[in-house]
Design a protein around this ligand. Structure first.
Ligand SMILES: [Zn+2]
Length: 422
């Protein structure tokens, strides 16, 4: 992307609230070179008022908290620079374009845990046998929920992608039967099984539309400009989430530009934040329809509405279950559930990296575990030695060596006997 250094133009969009309230203004962020990815994410965080009070003012260790607080305070008054933010995030090359989703995750790993908590959700995968025994249970924490744009039945790039259907697809039950049966320790045999997925919503849900993906025909990374239908609300069980921000990406793999479309909570109006420029959207999304079509939407930011009683109970149940020590199954030990978030922490920030946001890593562990349990001879715990088959014995190197030595001895004996003069 070409350097988009803009003159400091503070296009203040003010709209007088009805009933004579003071004018409300939004301000932009200067681009340092190619930092539009950062600016878009910062504008979304600024509008995520839930986190403002959670930024720890005293904790000197959390430099990002302090810098974000300072930035948000300034942003209420005027257009700002982001030099202190890039410094605290250790972004050295401000001329290099990066991925907005990775930038968001990087910021969330460098602020107080109280802030990260707001964005942290969990997917719970459970596989149960036909008798109702729990075979595998796994919690997969996430900060962004990735949706593959290839994942719908209509693969055509011409057809628009329904975010709602893509989201629902995560929760589709999967059945394992016939050749796909799974071994259940309790039943001590292969049984039919069902995999289910449940979500524990974060307060702020960030849906990542995987526009940067691998084309397996050409084995090359591609950017998809597929049109998506973004729903105003996402619903699951008793929870409803309302969209309030979108991070857009225009352009291709090699270069492009990020902007943010955000609903102001002051005047309930959608604004576009394009670095230092801020404008009110002429065509306000969702005025005539419950969906908004976009070929640039990349991150969708939803706010979960609170439904106090149900949520309190549900949340407690889930936490209690989580605390219960899970039954350790010998074969699965080397595949202990990985904490996705911990994992992501050490990842280098690669521009437009595709793999870190792959939903498949959330599913893969479960699939692998199920595969491990297919047609497994019963080898549970202490009984394992009793059930070792002869083929397993043959696999031990010392046994093989002994057999080879024995064979050699017999051959030598035969040779000696044959060559002996009568
Ligand atoms: Zn069972």
């Amino acid at each position: 992307m070409s350097s988009r250094k803009r003159a400091i133009e503070d296009v203040t969009v003010a709209k007088k609230k009805q009933k004579g309230n003071p004018p409300m203004a939004h301000h932009g962020l200067e681009n340092q070179g190619a930092t539009c990815y950062l600016n878009s994410v910062l504008q979304v965080l600024f509008m995520t008022t839930e986190i403002h009070d959670r930024l720890d003012p005293d904790k000197k260790l959390q430099v990002a908290d302090e810098e974000l607080r300072n930035l948000f305070a300034q942003l209420k008054e005027t257009t700002c620079g982001t030099e202190n933010i890039t410094k605290s995030l250790k972004i050295e090359n401000v001329g290099q374009q990066r991925d907005a989703a990775e930038c968001l995750e990087m910021i969330l790993h460098k602020v107080s845990s109280g802030v990260t908590e707001v964005f942290k959700g969990q997917l719970k995968h459970t596989t149960t046998c036909s008798e109702g025994h729990c075979i595998i249970e796994e919690m997969c924490p996430f900060l962004t929920l990735p949706l593959s744009l290839r994942g719908t039945s209509d693969q055509s790039q011409e057809a628009s992608y329904s975010v709602e259907s893509g989201f629902e697809k995560i929760f589709q039950e999967k059945t394992f039967s016939g050749d796909d049966m799974v071994y259940c320790d309790e039943c001590e045999k292969d049984t039919e099984a069902t995999s289910k997925c449940q979500i524990e919503f974060p307060r702020v849900l960030v849906v990542l539309l995987k526009r940067f993906d691998m084309d397996y025909n050409t084995m090359k990374h591609v950017k998809s400009n597929r049109c998506v239908d973004v729903p105003r609300t996402l619903q699951r069980m008793d929870k409803t989430c309302q969209l309030y921000a979108i991070v857009n990406h225009m352009g291709g793999l090699q270069g492009g530009h990020y902007t943010a479309t955000v609903l102001s909570n002051e005047d309930e109006t959608w604004y576009e934040f394009d670095d230092s420029r801020v404008r009110k959207l002429e065509e306000q999304p969702f005025t005539n329809s419950m969906t908004y079509s976009s070929s640039t939407a990349y991150l969708l930011v939803y706010r979960a509405s609170e439904s106090p009683e149900r949520q309190e109970d549900g949340g407690k149940d889930a936490r209690d279950k989580e605390r219960k020590p899970r039954e350790q199954k010998p074969v699965d030990q080397d595949q202990a559930p990985k904490e996705g978030i911990e994992e992501a922490q050490g990842e280098p920030l690669l521009p437009q990296s595709q793999n870190t946001h792959d939903m498949s890593h959330l599913h893969l562990n479960v699939q692998q575990k199920v595969n491990n349990r297919k047609h497994r001879p019963s080898g549970k715990g202490t009984h394992r030695n009793d059930h070792e088959s002869s083929t397993n014995i043959l696999k031990k190197p010392c046994v093989i060596a002994l057999i080879v030595c024995g064979c050699l001895l017999v051959v030598i004996l035969i040779i000696i006997l044959v060559t002996q003069p009568v």
